[in-house]
Ligand binder design. Structure first.
Ligand SMILES: C[S@@+](CC[C@H](N)C(=O)[O-])C[C@H]1O[C@@H](n2cnc3c(N)ncnc32)[C@H](O)[C@@H]1O
Length: 451
């Protein structure tokens, strides 16, 4: 019993590191916010974790009931291979967990382009780098094309791919720890992107281990992917973490945006002056619908009965390419986007893609929106309820006809809703699809389509 606890407490201690690292607790507090101590922080932590895990002979430990380490005479590579054998055994029984551990690779931009060309050194050749990124790209494509996680192929080839990738990452780690990479090289943008891929693969491997030993929540579930607005406007990890920590975005939203964008090509025509997004009972939840609605809307109506402090969105918008001040006569390096308080509305005016946009955070009853002179082009709704501060208004069923009357005669209205409260009335929507994120903490499911 005591020996078993040794395994349990060792696993729990490393699991805490795994989760803390995925939530970026290792950040430096700065006077104007926080940021990663350095680009390598998460990668290094994840490697320490991996290193501590592969030192243990898990098959034998679980068999004997206490921690058994590999003999020190075993090479690191051999120990890593034994570790991979352990998680492979588990993945074969639970293919969907293999998929889940690496699902985040399917949400990041395609692993291709000049940035994947490594700078060769004494340990790593250009060919080694090319081979690694080709293999991870194959895994990424496999994840992207998989419809059913339960049938995900946990084949010999796929594990060979992980084995080769692990060895390559180990060589990279050697370079970093032995000082073959200078600080300048590590700060290079392409190098940062490559390190993010190494970190993502490692996170997949450690996540699979923690699923194998019975943990429910894993780091891979948290990894936010960059949001690609268009070729030149990409929102990186830092503003996304800022949005998550200030409550204007929810964990998993980057995946929601990526999936929705993949499924719905950008409309051919730019939004008109009156085309509007509506989100009843919005709270502070404004960034994700704004990013989703940009191709469709120039007016963004967020209804929230309670007036609160301004959501911390302005610095984030200022940092994204494509966002400009509403009257950008003398455009500064950072566009001047700021909140204005008018009666019961807080307003943000800005331009995106040269089109003027207005975000209205309205502190009134949701139903007030029905009197607005707008053309409804995007309807977003989630987190509302019958009680617990929710509106108790059935926007997805009883109120849907009134909402539909706001759509312009020859226009469409995209919608995404969790259907709460009251469910989505199938009579009222021509067809709807399901967007499901089964691995997120609250197992979010959305219905989406065209009204
Ligand atoms: C449970 S919170 C959800 C907030 C947000 N949808 C989210 O998922 O984070 C519901 C919010 O709806 C607001 N609310 C409730 N009834 C409302 C009404 N009739 N009109 C406008 N807002 C309302 C509440 O003040 C509360 O902030």
């Amino acid at each position: 019993m005591e020996e078993n606890q040794t395994i349990t407490s060792f696993v729990d201690m490393l699991y805490d590191v795994h989760i803390d690292n995925s939530k970026l607790y290792y950040y430096a507090e700065l006077p104007h916010g926080h940021q990663r101590s350095m680009p390598l922080t998460q990668f290094v932590y994840e490697f320490f974790l991996f290193n501590s895990l592969y030192k243990v002979n898990w098959l034998e430990s679980y068999d004997k009931g206490y921690l058994v380490y590999h003999p020190e005479t075993d090479s690191e590579t051999k120990q890593q291979q034994e570790f991979l054998k352990f998680i492979k055994c588990y993945a074969k029984k639970q293919p969907k967990h293999f998929y889940r551990a690496f699902e985040h690779l399917g949400c990041i931009p395609k692993i291709e382009g000049d940035w994947t060309n490594v700078v060769p050194d004494a340990r790593i050749s250009t060919e080694d780098g090319n081979r690694f990124f080709k293999k991870v790209r194959e895994l990424q494509e496999l994840i992207e094309s998989s419809d059913d996680p339960d049938c995900f192929p946990v084949s010999k080839e796929n594990f060979k791919l992980i084995k080769d990738a692990t060895h390559y990452i180990y060589m990279v780690r050697d370079n970093i720890f032995h000082g073959s990479k200078t600080m300048g090289e590590i700060q290079d943008t392409n190098q940062k992107c490559r390190i993010e891929v190494y970190e993502s693969v490692l996170k997949g491997i450690t996540s699979l281990f923690f699923l194998a030993v019975g943990k429910n929540m894993i780091a891979s579930d948290f990894v936010p992917c960059p949001v690609i607005l268009n070729d030149s406007d990409v929102i990186g990890e830092r503003p996304i973490w800022e949005a998550l920590s200030s409550g204007i975005m929810k964990i998993g939203d980057t995946r929601l945006i990526t999936k929705f964008k993949k499924l719905n090509p950008v409309p051919k025509h730019p939004p008109t002056e009156k085309s509007a997004l509506f989100y009843p009972s919005a709270g502070n939840d404004i960034l994700t619908p704004l990013l989703l609605g940009l191709p469709y809307c120039s007016q963004f109506y967020f209804y929230e009965a309670c007036r609160r402090r301004f959501p911390r969105i302005t610095t984030i918008l200022r940092s994204i390419n494509g966002f400009e001040s509403a009257n950008n006569t003398s455009e500064r390096r950072r566009p001047n986007i700021f909140w204005q308080r008018r009666d019961n509305v807080d307003i943000l005016e800005f331009k995106y893609n040269n089109i003027p946009r207005v975000l209205h955070w309205v502190h009134a009853n949701n139903t007030d929106f029905l009197n607005k002179d707008v053309e409804l082009s995007f309807y977003f709704h989630r987190g509302d309820s019958w009680g617990e501060g929710g509106s108790g208004q059935v926007w997805d069923s009883g109120l849907l006809p009134a909402l539909k009357s706001k759509i312009s005669l020859n226009g469409d209205c995209m919608y995404i809703s969790d259907g709460e409260p009251g469910g989505l009335d199938p009579q009222q929507v021509q067809s709807f699809n399901v967007l499901n994120f089964p691995f997120l903490e609250r197992n979010r499911t959305y219905l989406y389509g065209v009204l």
